[in-house]
Design a protein around this ligand. Structure first.
Ligand code: ZN
Length: 285
């Protein structure tokens, strides 16, 4: 049996199963302080009869450098109590099994890459924050830490000139302009609550399309899969796809057109990707 955790700022999704294709039990628990949350998660895996390896896709920032003494840590998150939390080490000790560890969005990208049957792919989540994971030529991208695609600066939409953005670090970065809280900050409602003819739909689609174009142009991914709460707004993915095509104007090479899609695995990308991290950890043990 493999175990998996999609560790988020508001909930932890736990799952077990014999393979990433077969999750046989799952549970969501609220994210509280680390000691309470991690103990409840470890107890649940024990109740399932134990596991032979665990995969964790975590909110971050996280340390992914295997050579670092802080590998497997959540590092400097503003989330109270979670900075410098040794999440991978906690489970390695509590469960006595090998642990695979990556960002939540890289885990989701791994699962979407597998569902796509290969290629190079980015996964974007547009929700409380904006994050992005990358799988290039079959490998998750870490670089010197991990990508933070949500914090690129898009060109400002002409109908959105007066809004300063809400990112505490950058103001009007992508997350500061297009995350769920940024939408509520300027229009007082979520994107799906705004009327169909509200200009917010085109503005938000434009920012996300700029990020997709940056991914297509800089990393030559063939697809960007977009998940997260804001992405569930009816029509948004189609708007982003259309706007990304317009922004490119048919220039980018690569044969098949670059695609903006809804995740093939729906809301399961992250937990299935965490199962894949467990499978890799089991193989390496
Ligand atoms: Zn930012």
């Amino acid at each position: 049996m493999l175990g998996a955790i999609e560790a988020g700022g508001t909930k932890f999704v736990l799952a077990v199963g014999p393979s990433p294709d077969r999750i046989t039990a799952r549970r969501a628990i609220a994210t509280r302080d680390p000691a309470t949350t991690l103990a409840e998660a470890a107890d649940w895996f024990m109740q399932q009869g134990g596991i032979r390896a665990l995969g964790i896709g975590s909110f971050g920032p996280v340390e992914l450098d295997r050579a670092s003494a802080r590998w497997g840590f959540i590092t400097n998150t503003p989330k109270a109590g979670w900075a410098a939390c040794d999440i991978a080490g906690h489970f390695a000790r509590a469960l006595g099994v090998p642990v695979g560890f990556d960002t939540d969005v890289n885990a989701a990208a791994l699962a979407e890459h597998r569902a796509a049957g290969g290629g190079s792919l980015a996964y974007l989540t547009i929700g409380t924050g904006i994050g992005g994971g990358l799988v290039l030529e079959g490998k998750p991208v870490h670089g010197i830490a991990h990508p933070e695609i949500g914090h690129i600066y898009p060109r400002r939409h002409p109908d959105d000139a007066g809004f300063a953005g809400i990112c505490p670090h950058h103001g009007d970065c992508l997350e500061g302009l297009a995350s769920g809280p940024a939408i509520i900050a300027r229009w007082g409602a979520s994107l799906s609550e705004l009327p169909a003819d509200h200009p917010g739909h085109a503005i938000i689609a434009d920012y996300i399309a700029q990020a997709c174009h940056a991914l297509f142009a800089s990393l030559a991914v063939g697809e960007v899969a977009i998940g997260g709460g804001v992405a569930n707004t009816p029509g948004l993915i189609e708007r982003v796809a259309e706007r990304a095509r317009a922004l490119d104007g048919g220039y980018l090479p690569g044969g098949a057109p670059h695609r903006v899609i809804a995740p093939r695995l729906g809301g399961d990308s992250g937990i299935v990707g965490a199962m894949m991290l467990a499978e890799t950890a089991a193989a390496g043990a």
